[in-house]
Design a protein around this ligand. Structure first.
Ligand code: SF4
Length: 98
């Protein structure tokens, strides 16, 4: 029980320069990932607003942790970066040791 209580908060961003536009992330977590009119995926904030500045970061909602981590693992462009919110250490996606 104690171990779960100290689960780290995560943040996620996309490197649009490497995004292939396949939409896998949008299927995994439509509450966080969405296409802009340029056909590339971007992240949404907690109000559901799409952040169309390239590389924008948002906090990962607790209930979507697994979906976001899975999206980062499977992203064909290898361009979804999941990091520890506090330390910025890579947790999934490029730079993470998995
Ligand atoms: S899964 Fe990766 S490459 Fe595919 S649309 Fe999402 S961010 Fe882009």
């Amino acid at each position: 029980m104690g171990a779960m209580a100290v689960e780290r908060e995560l943040e996620v961003s996309i490197d649009q320069d490497a995004c292939t536009g396949d939409g896998l992330c949008v299927q995994y977590a439509p509450d966080v990932f969405e296409f802009d009119i340029d056909g590339l995926a971007y992240v949404k904030d907690t109000e559901g607003e799409l952040l169309t500045t390239a590389g924008s970061q948002v906090r990962v909602p607790e209930r979507l942790r697994l979906d976001i981590v899975n999206a980062a693992h499977d992203c064909p462009g290898e361009c979804i970066y999941v990091r520890d919110l506090a330390s910025k250490e890579p947790v999934a996606g490029p730079g993470a040791d998995d």
